[in-house]
Write a protein that binds this ligand. Structure first.
Ligand code: NAD
Length: 418
């Protein structure tokens, strides 16, 4: 072979080597509308060119996993992504490694490999250690606790990690399928009624038995958003006599449509609904009238589930010490607002307390206790988000997009919100 022939062969070998190396490397390319993770060469050569990893959750009491096998299969099939899952990541939610393998995932043994990926999908906000493992230029999709995570957010910006907070999916119809707050609230509302029913020394349904008739239990749900409506539906299915209360007119209609009665019609106000369908904080006068109405109704209830919340603020206190003292012996309060301080003045987040023969349960991270379905719903939300983010096989992180921009906490080395 002549000199020209030899250098042509060498060039071909080098080109092939470069292509192979590229296939196994996190390749990053800037584009005017964001960061593309993969280039066209890589795409043409390998159908699985964008990689997402799912590490094992490490937070105490967290049993969920960011992607269940059904979402892994869909991401691979429909979006042609490559998925890496840390061995054992799904076990506490009821998903064995072989289910992920059958879905097409690659399993890795340790956290270091699970985090070393262009896109990392998690449930809980990352710890400092985990942030240190995410490669510079990668994207993190996870709950981030906006407003309470300043240190984590600045560490992510320093590593030039783009972080998308799942709590910040905008409440628009188009983004409903990506909304983990809704899916996980559905889980909480359902489980809260079961928690309350187990703690109650009464049946929920009416029973006619040889040992006599049993009256149904009375269930009162305060706050009829996603969790509250699911609590009402669940309590109705269990046979309770259910009432509900909320300050938003849309919520009143939904309570009635579920077959529950509505407490205090006169307290519902057209102006109670703020941006995004959330409630605004009540004025002092409204709060006083609300407390009077709840105080009047609660005396006669067996199980009370509270879910009232105001975004970015502590939960409104809607059940006072005096109201608890007025309740029947043996009644139960399940305070789902415990994460933001609780709706009951006597609730202790994460604990169960007894006060005047009333049991007050204030559970934390309720969705994690229904880990299988909570993870499935969480994973489907992430799948829908990725369907929105992945265009032509590449991740498009457009800060000006209504959904992507609203979720971005860090991007391009900058803190956008904390
Ligand atoms: P949330 O968890 O912030 O609050 C729970 C409920 O507490 C709300 O219904 C609120 O009105 C109520 N509340 C607040 N203060 C109260 C008080 N003093 N007394 C009684 N109730 C009080 O809300 P959420 O469940 O996340 O959602 C609120 C609404 O947003 C829902 O009704 C839903 O229709 C809407 N939403 C829209 C989308 C979407 O379009 N993508 C997604 C999710 C929810």
């Amino acid at each position: 072979m002549g000199r020209v022939g030899r250098s042509l062969t060498r060039a071909r070998v080098l080109a092939r080597f470069a292509l192979t190396a590229q296939r196994h490397r996190f390749h990053r390319q800037q584009s005017p509308d964001g960061v593309r993770l993969c280039d066209e060469t890589r795409r043409a050569d390998n159908p699985y060119f964008m990689k997402i990893s799912v590490p094992t959750e490490t937070a105490p009491r967290e049993q969920r996993v960011a992607l269940a096998p059904d979402s892994v299969a869909r991401l691979i099939k429909q979006l042609k992504l490559e998925i890496t899952v840390q061995r054992g990541a799904g076990l506490r939610a009821g998903f064995r490694d072989d289910a992920y393998e059958s879905a097409g995932a690659t399993m890795v043994g340790d956290a270091a490999s699970a985090f070393d990926c262009p896109v990392v999908a998690k449930v809980q906000p990352p710890t400092a250690d985990e942030i240190g493992r995410i490669p510079s230029g990668a994207t993190l999709i996870s709950l981030m606790r906006p407003g309470q995570s300043a240190d984590a957010v600045s560490a992510l910006a320093q590593r030039r990690v783009t972080s998308l907070a799942l709590e910040l999916v905008p409440r628009i119809t188009r983004a409903q399928s990506m909304d983990v707050l809704s899916s996980q609230s559905t889980v909480s509302g359902y489980k809260a009624v079961l928690i309350g029913a187990s703690a109650l020394g009464k049946f929920l349904p009416m029973l006619t038995t040889a040992a006599g008739n049993i009256s149904p239990a009375k269930v009162f749900v305060i706050g009829a958003g996603v969790a509250g409506l699911q609590a009402i539906a669940t309590a109705r299915r269990l046979g309770g006599v259910v009432s509900g209360f909320d300050v938003r007119p849309a919520a009143r209609e939904q309570v009635l449509s579920l077959g529950a009665t509505f407490v205090a019609n006169d307290l519902v106000s057209e102006t109670a609904e703020a941006a995004g369908g959330y409630a605004r904080a009540q004025t002092q006068d409204e709060q006083a009238r609300t407390l009077a109405a709840i105080g009047n109704h609660i005396k006669d209830q067996d199980l009370v589930v509270t879910t009232a919340a105001i975004p970015g603020k502590p939960a409104p206190k809607l059940i006072t010490d005096e109201m608890v003292a007025s309740m029947r012996a043996g009644s139960v309060i399940v305070d789902l607002a415990a994460e933001t301080g609780g709706n009951c003045t006597l609730a202790k987040p994460g604990e169960t307390v007894q006060a005047n023969d009333v049991t007050i349960i204030a559970p934390l991270n309720v969705p994690s206790t229904v880990a299988f379905h909570a993870s499935q719903m969480f994973g489907r939300n992430i799948f829908e988000l990725l369907k929105h983010l992945v265009k032509d096989g590449a991740l498009q992180l457009d800060q000006n997009d209504e959904i992507t921009g609203a979720m971005m906490m860090t991007h391009d080395g900058k803190v956008l919100r904390s």
